[in-house]
Design a binder for this molecule. Structure first.
Ligand code: GLA
Length: 324
Protein backbone atom coordinates (compact mmCIF):
# COMPACT_ATOMS: atom_id res chain seq x y z
CA UNK A 1 0.00 0.00 0.00
CA UNK A 2 1.36 3.49 -0.84
CA UNK A 3 2.68 5.28 2.23
CA UNK A 4 3.41 8.87 3.19
CA UNK A 5 6.20 8.02 5.56
CA UNK A 6 9.71 9.22 4.74
CA UNK A 7 12.10 6.94 2.92
CA UNK A 8 14.31 6.79 5.99
CA UNK A 9 11.57 5.18 8.07
CA UNK A 10 10.61 2.70 5.37
CA UNK A 11 14.21 1.69 4.67
CA UNK A 12 14.91 1.35 8.36
CA UNK A 13 12.10 -1.16 8.76
CA UNK A 14 13.45 -3.20 5.87
CA UNK A 15 16.94 -3.07 7.40
CA UNK A 16 18.35 -1.61 4.21
CA UNK A 17 20.32 1.60 3.86
CA UNK A 18 19.35 4.26 1.34
CA UNK A 19 21.85 7.07 1.18
CA UNK A 20 23.08 10.12 -0.64
CA UNK A 21 26.42 11.70 -1.41
CA UNK A 22 26.52 14.98 0.52
CA UNK A 23 28.37 18.25 0.40
CA UNK A 24 29.71 19.96 3.53
CA UNK A 25 28.95 23.52 2.42
CA UNK A 26 25.35 22.75 1.61
CA UNK A 27 24.94 21.02 4.97
CA UNK A 28 26.27 24.16 6.66
CA UNK A 29 24.33 26.76 4.74
CA UNK A 30 21.15 25.23 3.32
CA UNK A 31 18.59 24.40 5.97
CA UNK A 32 16.23 22.57 3.65
CA UNK A 33 19.07 20.45 2.22
CA UNK A 34 20.13 19.51 5.72
CA UNK A 35 16.57 18.58 6.65
CA UNK A 36 16.14 16.43 3.56
CA UNK A 37 19.31 14.47 4.24
CA UNK A 38 18.38 14.04 7.89
CA UNK A 39 14.78 13.00 7.33
CA UNK A 40 15.02 10.92 4.17
CA UNK A 41 18.28 8.98 4.18
CA UNK A 42 19.87 6.42 6.47
CA UNK A 43 23.51 6.71 5.34
CA UNK A 44 25.73 9.39 3.77
CA UNK A 45 28.79 9.37 1.55
CA UNK A 46 31.12 12.37 1.50
CA UNK A 47 30.80 13.50 -2.11
CA UNK A 48 34.22 15.19 -2.20
CA UNK A 49 35.41 15.98 1.32
CA UNK A 50 37.34 12.74 1.90
CA UNK A 51 39.11 12.73 -1.44
CA UNK A 52 42.82 13.41 -1.47
CA UNK A 53 42.61 16.77 -3.23
CA UNK A 54 40.29 18.50 -0.76
CA UNK A 55 42.03 16.84 2.21
CA UNK A 56 45.63 17.70 1.28
CA UNK A 57 46.15 21.42 0.56
CA UNK A 58 49.95 21.00 0.90
CA UNK A 59 52.33 18.01 1.03
CA UNK A 60 52.47 17.77 4.79
CA UNK A 61 49.16 19.29 5.85
CA UNK A 62 45.57 18.15 6.05
CA UNK A 63 42.35 20.11 5.98
CA UNK A 64 39.72 18.04 7.72
CA UNK A 65 37.13 20.81 8.12
CA UNK A 66 34.65 19.61 5.49
CA UNK A 67 35.07 15.93 6.28
CA UNK A 68 34.60 16.66 10.00
CA UNK A 69 31.43 18.64 9.21
CA UNK A 70 29.93 15.66 7.37
CA UNK A 71 31.01 13.14 9.97
CA UNK A 72 29.66 15.29 12.82
CA UNK A 73 26.34 15.80 11.03
CA UNK A 74 26.07 12.05 10.48
CA UNK A 75 26.88 11.25 14.07
CA UNK A 76 24.28 13.74 15.32
CA UNK A 77 21.64 11.97 13.25
CA UNK A 78 22.85 8.41 13.78
CA UNK A 79 23.78 7.86 10.16
CA UNK A 80 26.69 5.67 9.13
CA UNK A 81 29.27 7.28 6.81
CA UNK A 82 30.74 5.74 3.68
CA UNK A 83 34.29 7.03 3.43
CA UNK A 84 35.03 7.89 -0.19
CA UNK A 85 37.80 7.49 -1.24
CA UNK A 86 41.37 6.80 -0.12
CA UNK A 87 43.13 5.94 -3.39
CA UNK A 88 42.01 7.35 -6.73
CA UNK A 89 43.70 8.82 -9.79
CA UNK A 90 41.31 11.81 -9.99
CA UNK A 91 40.92 14.77 -7.68
CA UNK A 92 44.48 14.57 -6.41
CA UNK A 93 45.93 17.81 -4.96
CA UNK A 94 47.26 20.42 -7.40
CA UNK A 95 50.73 20.37 -5.82
CA UNK A 96 50.80 16.59 -6.20
CA UNK A 97 50.40 16.79 -9.96
CA UNK A 98 53.75 18.53 -10.35
CA UNK A 99 55.60 16.65 -7.59
CA UNK A 100 58.75 14.94 -8.88
CA UNK A 101 58.68 11.89 -6.58
CA UNK A 102 60.51 8.61 -6.50
CA UNK A 103 58.47 5.40 -6.39
CA UNK A 104 59.50 4.91 -2.80
CA UNK A 105 58.43 8.43 -1.81
CA UNK A 106 55.07 7.84 -3.42
CA UNK A 107 54.55 4.61 -1.53
CA UNK A 108 55.41 6.29 1.77
CA UNK A 109 53.14 9.21 0.97
CA UNK A 110 50.23 6.88 0.20
CA UNK A 111 50.74 4.84 3.34
CA UNK A 112 50.84 7.94 5.51
CA UNK A 113 47.72 9.32 3.80
CA UNK A 114 45.68 6.12 4.16
CA UNK A 115 46.66 5.58 7.76
CA UNK A 116 46.16 9.18 8.86
CA UNK A 117 42.71 9.46 7.32
CA UNK A 118 41.44 6.05 8.41
CA UNK A 119 42.93 6.64 11.86
CA UNK A 120 41.28 10.01 12.34
CA UNK A 121 37.85 8.57 11.55
CA UNK A 122 38.36 5.22 13.27
CA UNK A 123 35.29 5.70 15.41
CA UNK A 124 33.12 7.52 12.89
CA UNK A 125 33.62 5.93 9.46
CA UNK A 126 32.80 2.23 9.33
CA UNK A 127 33.00 1.73 5.56
CA UNK A 128 35.75 2.82 3.19
CA UNK A 129 36.02 2.88 -0.58
CA UNK A 130 39.70 2.07 -0.23
CA UNK A 131 40.45 2.07 -3.96
CA UNK A 132 38.35 3.74 -6.63
CA UNK A 133 38.45 2.93 -10.35
CA UNK A 134 41.64 0.90 -10.71
CA UNK A 135 40.36 -0.81 -13.87
CA UNK A 136 40.20 0.95 -17.22
CA UNK A 137 37.23 0.83 -19.59
CA UNK A 138 38.77 -1.94 -21.71
CA UNK A 139 39.40 -4.12 -18.65
CA UNK A 140 43.13 -3.47 -18.37
CA UNK A 141 44.63 -2.11 -15.16
CA UNK A 142 44.37 1.68 -15.31
CA UNK A 143 47.77 3.34 -15.66
CA UNK A 144 47.57 5.66 -12.69
CA UNK A 145 50.41 7.21 -10.69
CA UNK A 146 49.84 4.50 -8.09
CA UNK A 147 50.00 1.71 -10.64
CA UNK A 148 53.08 3.18 -12.32
CA UNK A 149 54.96 3.34 -9.03
CA UNK A 150 53.81 0.13 -7.36
CA UNK A 151 52.08 -2.05 -9.94
CA UNK A 152 48.95 -3.92 -8.89
CA UNK A 153 50.47 -4.23 -5.43
CA UNK A 154 49.22 -0.74 -4.61
CA UNK A 155 45.79 -2.22 -4.04
CA UNK A 156 47.14 -4.91 -1.70
CA UNK A 157 49.01 -2.37 0.37
CA UNK A 158 46.19 0.19 0.49
CA UNK A 159 43.73 -2.39 1.84
CA UNK A 160 46.31 -3.70 4.31
CA UNK A 161 47.29 -0.22 5.54
CA UNK A 162 43.64 0.66 6.08
CA UNK A 163 43.04 -2.63 7.94
CA UNK A 164 46.05 -2.09 10.20
CA UNK A 165 44.61 1.16 11.50
CA UNK A 166 40.97 0.11 11.71
CA UNK A 167 40.48 -3.65 11.43
CA UNK A 168 36.77 -3.24 12.19
CA UNK A 169 35.87 -1.12 9.16
CA UNK A 170 34.48 -2.66 5.98
CA UNK A 171 36.76 -2.13 2.98
CA UNK A 172 35.40 -1.83 -0.56
CA UNK A 173 36.74 -1.66 -4.07
CA UNK A 174 34.55 0.83 -6.02
CA UNK A 175 34.15 1.33 -9.78
CA UNK A 176 31.89 2.61 -12.55
CA UNK A 177 30.72 0.76 -15.63
CA UNK A 178 31.05 -2.57 -13.84
CA UNK A 179 27.41 -2.74 -12.74
CA UNK A 180 26.21 -5.42 -15.15
CA UNK A 181 28.09 -8.37 -16.63
CA UNK A 182 30.43 -6.89 -19.23
CA UNK A 183 34.10 -6.72 -20.18
CA UNK A 184 34.91 -4.27 -17.42
CA UNK A 185 33.07 -6.11 -14.64
CA UNK A 186 34.77 -9.33 -15.80
CA UNK A 187 38.09 -7.58 -15.21
CA UNK A 188 36.99 -6.23 -11.81
CA UNK A 189 35.83 -9.73 -10.89
CA UNK A 190 39.22 -11.17 -11.88
CA UNK A 191 41.07 -8.43 -9.99
CA UNK A 192 39.09 -9.02 -6.80
CA UNK A 193 39.63 -12.77 -7.16
CA UNK A 194 43.38 -12.16 -7.32
CA UNK A 195 43.28 -9.89 -4.27
CA UNK A 196 41.34 -12.47 -2.28
CA UNK A 197 43.74 -15.24 -3.37
CA UNK A 198 46.59 -13.11 -2.02
CA UNK A 199 44.79 -12.70 1.30
CA UNK A 200 44.15 -8.96 0.83
CA UNK A 201 41.55 -7.71 3.34
CA UNK A 202 38.84 -6.59 0.91
CA UNK A 203 35.25 -7.01 2.11
CA UNK A 204 33.14 -5.79 -0.74
CA UNK A 205 32.62 -4.17 -4.09
CA UNK A 206 30.84 -0.91 -4.77
CA UNK A 207 28.99 -0.71 -8.07
CA UNK A 208 28.61 2.99 -8.80
CA UNK A 209 25.66 2.69 -11.18
CA UNK A 210 25.86 6.05 -12.92
CA UNK A 211 23.09 5.19 -15.41
CA UNK A 212 23.82 7.94 -17.92
CA UNK A 213 22.04 7.35 -21.17
CA UNK A 214 22.87 3.68 -21.19
CA UNK A 215 21.03 2.04 -18.30
CA UNK A 216 22.47 -1.34 -17.28
CA UNK A 217 19.98 -4.21 -17.54
CA UNK A 218 18.69 -5.16 -14.06
CA UNK A 219 18.84 -8.91 -14.81
CA UNK A 220 22.46 -8.56 -15.74
CA UNK A 221 23.11 -6.46 -12.62
CA UNK A 222 21.61 -9.31 -10.57
CA UNK A 223 23.85 -11.88 -12.26
CA UNK A 224 26.86 -9.65 -11.66
CA UNK A 225 26.00 -9.05 -7.99
CA UNK A 226 25.64 -12.79 -7.41
CA UNK A 227 29.02 -13.66 -8.84
CA UNK A 228 30.73 -11.12 -6.57
CA UNK A 229 28.77 -12.47 -3.62
CA UNK A 230 29.91 -15.96 -4.57
CA UNK A 231 33.47 -14.73 -4.07
CA UNK A 232 32.44 -13.94 -0.49
CA UNK A 233 32.16 -10.19 -1.09
CA UNK A 234 29.43 -7.81 -0.01
CA UNK A 235 27.97 -5.68 -2.82
CA UNK A 236 26.63 -2.13 -2.53
CA UNK A 237 25.24 0.33 -5.07
CA UNK A 238 27.32 3.39 -4.27
CA UNK A 239 26.70 6.30 -6.67
CA UNK A 240 23.38 5.82 -8.43
CA UNK A 241 21.92 8.47 -10.73
CA UNK A 242 19.74 8.06 -13.81
CA UNK A 243 19.85 10.42 -16.78
CA UNK A 244 18.74 10.44 -20.42
CA UNK A 245 20.99 11.34 -23.32
CA UNK A 246 20.41 14.99 -24.21
CA UNK A 247 17.98 15.28 -27.10
CA UNK A 248 16.39 11.92 -26.31
CA UNK A 249 14.34 12.84 -23.28
CA UNK A 250 10.91 11.20 -23.67
CA UNK A 251 7.67 12.94 -22.69
CA UNK A 252 7.26 10.51 -19.78
CA UNK A 253 10.86 10.86 -18.60
CA UNK A 254 10.02 11.11 -14.89
CA UNK A 255 7.99 7.88 -15.01
CA UNK A 256 10.62 5.99 -16.98
CA UNK A 257 13.28 7.12 -14.58
CA UNK A 258 11.08 5.99 -11.69
CA UNK A 259 10.61 2.59 -13.35
CA UNK A 260 14.35 2.13 -13.58
CA UNK A 261 14.92 3.11 -9.95
CA UNK A 262 12.14 0.67 -9.02
CA UNK A 263 13.72 -2.19 -10.96
CA UNK A 264 17.11 -1.55 -9.42
CA UNK A 265 15.73 -1.50 -5.87
CA UNK A 266 13.82 -4.73 -6.61
CA UNK A 267 17.08 -6.23 -7.86
CA UNK A 268 18.79 -5.16 -4.64
CA UNK A 269 16.09 -6.81 -2.54
CA UNK A 270 16.21 -9.98 -4.65
CA UNK A 271 19.97 -10.33 -4.42
CA UNK A 272 20.57 -9.14 -0.86
CA UNK A 273 22.21 -5.80 -1.69
CA UNK A 274 21.53 -3.85 1.49
CA UNK A 275 22.92 -0.41 0.65
CA UNK A 276 21.97 1.89 -2.21
CA UNK A 277 23.41 5.42 -2.35
CA UNK A 278 22.38 8.10 -4.83
CA UNK A 279 25.04 10.52 -6.05
CA UNK A 280 23.50 13.68 -4.63
CA UNK A 281 20.26 14.75 -2.99
CA UNK A 282 18.32 17.16 -5.26
CA UNK A 283 18.58 17.41 -9.04
CA UNK A 284 20.07 20.88 -8.60
CA UNK A 285 22.99 19.37 -6.69
CA UNK A 286 23.98 16.80 -9.31
CA UNK A 287 27.59 16.67 -10.45
CA UNK A 288 26.27 16.39 -14.03
CA UNK A 289 25.34 20.06 -14.08
CA UNK A 290 28.88 21.03 -13.15
CA UNK A 291 30.09 19.55 -16.44
CA UNK A 292 30.58 22.41 -18.85
CA UNK A 293 29.08 20.44 -21.73
CA UNK A 294 26.40 18.68 -19.69
CA UNK A 295 23.37 20.13 -21.51
CA UNK A 296 24.74 18.63 -24.74
CA UNK A 297 25.24 15.23 -23.12
CA UNK A 298 22.66 14.38 -20.46
CA UNK A 299 19.39 15.43 -18.95
CA UNK A 300 20.27 17.09 -15.65
CA UNK A 301 17.65 15.59 -13.35
CA UNK A 302 19.02 12.21 -12.23
CA UNK A 303 18.06 12.06 -8.54
CA UNK A 304 15.11 11.39 -6.22
CA UNK A 305 14.30 15.04 -5.40
CA UNK A 306 13.77 17.90 -7.84
CA UNK A 307 15.58 21.24 -7.73
CA UNK A 308 13.21 22.52 -5.03
CA UNK A 309 13.61 19.41 -2.92
CA UNK A 310 10.20 17.99 -3.86
CA UNK A 311 9.80 14.23 -4.07
CA UNK A 312 9.82 12.90 -7.64
CA UNK A 313 8.16 9.78 -9.05
CA UNK A 314 11.55 8.11 -8.65
CA UNK A 315 11.35 8.79 -4.92
CA UNK A 316 7.87 7.28 -4.71
CA UNK A 317 9.04 4.23 -6.66
CA UNK A 318 11.95 3.54 -4.32
CA UNK A 319 9.83 4.06 -1.24
CA UNK A 320 6.98 1.94 -2.54
CA UNK A 321 9.21 -1.02 -3.34
CA UNK A 322 10.74 -0.84 0.11
CA UNK A 323 7.36 -0.61 1.84
CA UNK A 324 5.71 -3.62 0.15
C1 GLA B 1 33.15 8.94 -9.84
C2 GLA B 1 33.68 9.08 -8.42
C3 GLA B 1 32.86 9.98 -7.58
C4 GLA B 1 32.38 11.19 -8.32
C5 GLA B 1 31.69 10.75 -9.58
C6 GLA B 1 31.05 11.88 -10.32
O1 GLA B 1 32.16 8.07 -9.99
O2 GLA B 1 33.81 7.86 -7.76
O3 GLA B 1 33.61 10.39 -6.47
O4 GLA B 1 33.44 12.06 -8.58
O5 GLA B 1 32.66 10.12 -10.38
O6 GLA B 1 31.92 12.94 -10.53
Amino acid sequence: MPTDRPLRAVAGERAVDVGAAVDADRLRTDVSYRALVRDEFTVVTAENALKMGPLRPAPSTYDFADADAIVNFARAHEMPVRGHTLVWHNQTPTWFQSWDYTDDQLRRFLREHVQTVVGRYRRSVGTWDVVNEAVDDDGSMRETVWYDAMGEEYLDRAFEWAAEVNPDADRYYNDYGADAVNEKSDAVYDLLGRLLDRGVPVDGVGLQLHALGDWPDPDSIAENVRRFQDLGLDVQITEMDVAFPAGEVPHDAAERQADYYREVVETCLDTGVETLVTWGVRDGDTWLRAFRDFPERFSGDPLLFDDRGQRKPAYDAVRDVLST
